[in-house]
Design a protein around this ligand. Structure first.
Ligand SMILES: [Zn+2]
Length: 208
């Protein structure tokens, strides 16, 4: 039986880099992989972008409310005309890799579980555990509930401890109010902090 894996970590813990490396490893062995990401993640448009400078276009986007298993099946079979051009031999899919999986709907995480268990294709989902107010993203909460395997990707805080939380900076200031999703850009960026530094910045509050 194949498994659903959730590899989670704070911002800058190398999730996209790890995903692209995993895809490379499969392909180096002559195996076919599919890459996907939620439509909510507008960073890099249709690509997965690693901070180390590597990027790669995804095979399909998972829009909010969509049936992720049906989208996967269409790509795996080559129903999509663009995919037909790219994958002439239509080898079986050895692995599905999903970036920014915290942005999936919980029902789409259930779809990933079905892909692993019923379709027999391992699914590697990479994503954040919590938002800038230390609350679990709905997709991450579902992954923590049902993934066969949880693995933490680590990064360090400015003080050298292991970072746990993601603080949001808008125009340079750390903020604790706002929408759950704000994609990084010119105005918004994130800093990963340990629990001690997070509480120092928040004045002792965990979230708001
Ligand atoms: Zn710290």
């Amino acid at each position: 039986m194949s498994k659903l894996y959730f590899r989670h970590g704070a911002m800058n813990s190398g999730k996209s880099t790890g995903l692209l490396q995993a895809a490379f490893n499969y392909e180096e062995r002559g195996q076919r992989v599919l890459l996907a990401k939620p439509g909510v993640d507008t960073k890099g448009e249709n690509s997965i972008v690693s901070r180390l400078g590597v990027s790669r276009e995804v095979d399909f986007i998972i829009p909010p409310g969509a049936d992720a298993r049906a989208l996967f099946a269409a790509q795996a079979r080559g129903d999509d005309p663009d995919a037909l051009l790219e994958h002439v031999d239509m080898a079986p899919v050895a692995c599905l890799l999903v970036d920014e999986a915290q942005f999936l709907d919980p029902a789409q995480v259930d779809d990933l579980f079905r892909i692993a268990v019923l379709d027999g294709v391992p699914v590697l989902a990479y994503g954040l555990r919590t938002d800038f107010r230390t609350r679990a993203f709905p997709g991450a909460a579902r992954l923590l509930e049902i993934a066969h395997s949880l693995e933490e990707l680590k990064t360090i805080c400015r003080c050298g401890r292991k970072a746990m939380f993601n603080t949001r900076r808008v125009g340079g200031d750390i903020v604790f109010d706002g929408e759950q999703v704000a994609i990084e850009g010119a105005e918004v960026w994130y800093e990963s902090l340990c629990g001690t530094c997070y509480l120092e910045e928040s004045g002792g509050q965990l979230g708001s």
